[in-house]
Design a protein around this ligand. Structure first.
Ligand code: 4AD
Ligand code: MG
Length: 430
């Protein structure tokens, strides 16, 4: 018999349906069993009446344990009191496997315990909702670039280059040579932009983050557009249109999941372009006299970002940081060469940085000097320097961290719940 997804059960009202799922919960009242079944698309109440089913089926209701896999068949009818508004009057049930005592019960568990059981924790309604929203965000990212003239160009995972500083590199042995797991596809997207004009990559990136924060993973997913003949202002226009699009898409397509997460959507409804823009100097001014420990000239720490972004209802674009605290590839501001033509997007509600990017140094000599100044070896960058040897043009791009974006939109404070199987300094399993 054809199976029906719980999310589509309304279409079967008044008809017989078969649902394949797992037992979420159950209770009995004498001649009745109420089985709460989840199938990954929703939750359905199945009612088993002793008089309606074979004796074995009724006994199975007693035996069936939480997370056992079951198939139920019966008549669907509307019932306001049921979760989802429909109920299935069971005619037959097949027990596919009786689950052993399930470690995750409806009671409270500590986060370490849940993280150890992440492979099972994913089955909970909250985690499923996060997975679905993450998927929607990724689809929205792709759709945005795909429908705006960008070409997807995949960047390699093994690289000889340090893109974002040498302190967070994961080193591997590559047939006797040193290779690193990529920190960012950017340098490759710069090459791609010179080929196709507008390029983007989407993939996992790696950073040996030795700090334990709620914002840092050692393996995270980043989407990185890069555009030839684009300056910093154009880059900021692109970033705000992109983020506004993602938020709108999730609000429109994932209403149900946001409800499961009890996410207050009012702050998200306010996200539309343009976003406020302020220079590093203006942002630093806001930190004066605050207790975040910020000193002028340094990069913003998490408390600084929280304080700055907390002043706005929309994401804020902070541009022109001191060049000294930013990556080697950033173009200096011709009006003030101590500043880089870079931008960070800080998301509201205390989330902080979700995007980092900017205009790239396009002059050969200046770039060589910057590589030297950062103490980086020249040889692995020879291919990258070719981009400045052959038809160099102004160009810009950025990287959006998927997990921080998922965390913001879902209202989940820690990035460990925003990726199916998080990798953190002290976590490699499951
Ligand atoms: O600001 P970042 O380091 O910028 C770059 O990597 C540029 N090369 C991107 C580019 O211009 N193409 O990282 C970009 C974003 C951050 O804003 C943040 O959202 C995310 O990547 N990110 C992390 N997310 C989770 N865990 C980490 N350890 C992260 N590091 C960066
Ligand atoms: Mg950054």
């Amino acid at each position: 018999m054809k199976q029906t997804a719980v999310s589509k059960i309304a279409e079967m009202n008044g008809k017989e349906a078969t649902v394949n799922g797992w037992l979420y919960n159950k209770r009995s009242s004498g001649k009745l069993w109420f089985l709460i079944i989840r199938d990954g698309t929703g939750i359905l109440q199945a009612v088993v009446s002793k008089n309606d089913v074979a004796a074995g089926v009724f006994l199975d209701c007693d035996r069936v344990t939480q997370e056992s896999s079951v198939q139920v068949t019966g008549l669907v009818h509307e019932d306001r009191r049921s979760p989802g508004g429909y109920e299935l009057q069971v005619r037959d049930m097949r027990l596919l496997q009786i689950a052993q005592e399930y470690p995750i019960t409806p009671k409270e568990h500590g986060s370490a315990f849940l993280m150890d059981h992440r492979h099972l924790w994913l089955r909970s309604s909250k985690q499923t909702a996060i997975l679905r929203i993450r998927h929607e965000i990724i689809r929205a990212c792709r759709d945005f670039f795909d429908s705006n003239g960008f070409t997807l160009v995949d960047a390699p995972i093994f690289t000889p280059n340090a893109c974002e500083g040498t302190s967070t590199l994961f080193e591997t042995d590559y047939f006797g040579e040193k290779a690193y797991l990529t920190q960012s596809g950017q340098l490759y997207m710069e090459a791609a932009a010179m080929a196709v004009g507008k390029a983007y990559c989407f993939g996992p990136t790696f950073r040996a983050e030795k700090s334990k924060t709620r914002r840092h993973l050692t393996e995270f997913w980043m989407i990185e557009p890069e555009v030839a003949y684009l300056d910093l202002d154009g880059d900021m226009d692109l970033a705000e249109a992109f983020v506004a699009y993602i938020v709108r898409r999730v609000l429109k397509s994932r209403e149900q999941e946001l409800k499961v997460l009890e996410r207050d959507t009012a702050p998200l409804e306010k996200i539309s372009a343009p976003f406020p823009r302020l220079s590093y100097d203006e942002a630093a001014e806001m930190l004066k006299g605050q207790s975040t420990g910020f000193t002028y000239g340094s990069d913003f720490g998490a408390p600084d970002e929280t304080l700055i972004s907390g002043k706005f209802e929309k994401p804020v674009l902070v541009h022109r940081y001191p060049a000294a605290v930013k990556a080697f590839y950033m173009k200096k501001d011709p009006k003030d060469p101590s500043k880089a033509l870079c931008v960070d997007m800080l998301a509201p509600e205390g989330v902080g940085e979700i995007i980092g990017g900017g205009q790239r140094e396009d002059d050969y000599d200046t770039l060589v000097a910057a590589i030297q100044k950062h103490g980086l070896p020249m040889e692995p960058f020879e291919w990258y320097l070719d981009l400045r040897r052959y038809g160099s043009v102004p160009h810009s791009g950025f990287g959006l961290g998927i997990e921080r974006t998922v965390g913001w939109i879902c209202g989940i404070p820690h990035v460990r719940e925003t990726i199916p199987f998080p990798r953190l300094m002290h976590r490699l399993t499951p």
